[in-house]
Design a protein. Structure first.
Length: 121
């Protein structure tokens, strides 16, 4: 017999839905969605993960690590910067990127820990 993973009857808890709906609506969902969309790209996730393992990397190193051209790596790094996940500093002709803050590192580490747990089940 096939397991049913949907409610078979309609039953709405008005107290919960009335309390939660406004919180969900004003919870800055659009900005958080942009963050997850950015990290849903495999190359950007590789870059972000590499930046959790190393405090900062120059664009050339990032390109080499993820197997991309410098132009492609630079494009992805600029995107991560534009949504507040990464920051950069320039030293002469080199540009070094790092993650914007510890929250970003934690988010990525938690995602990898979760995936390891799911894989080991």
């Amino acid at each position: 017999m096939k397991e049913r993973d949907v409610c078979e009857v309609s039953c709405v808890d008005i107290d919960k839905t009335t309390r939660l709906q406004p919180l969900v609506e004003k919870g800055n969902i659009f900005e958080v969605t942009k963050l997850f969309k950015a990290l849903s790209d495999e190359t950007r996730m590789k870059i972000a993960y590499a930046l959790t393992l190393e405090e900062e990397l120059c664009v050339c190193d990032v390109a080499n690590i993820v197997g991309a051209t410098t132009a492609t790596a630079s494009h992805h790094l600029r995107h991560l910067k534009s949504i507040g996940l990464a920051k950069y500093r320039k030293e002469g002709k080199l540009v070094y990127y790092s993650l914007d803050d510890d929250h970003v590192k934690q988010l990525i580490h938690i995602a990898f820990e979760h995936q390891q747990e799911v894989s080991s089940r």
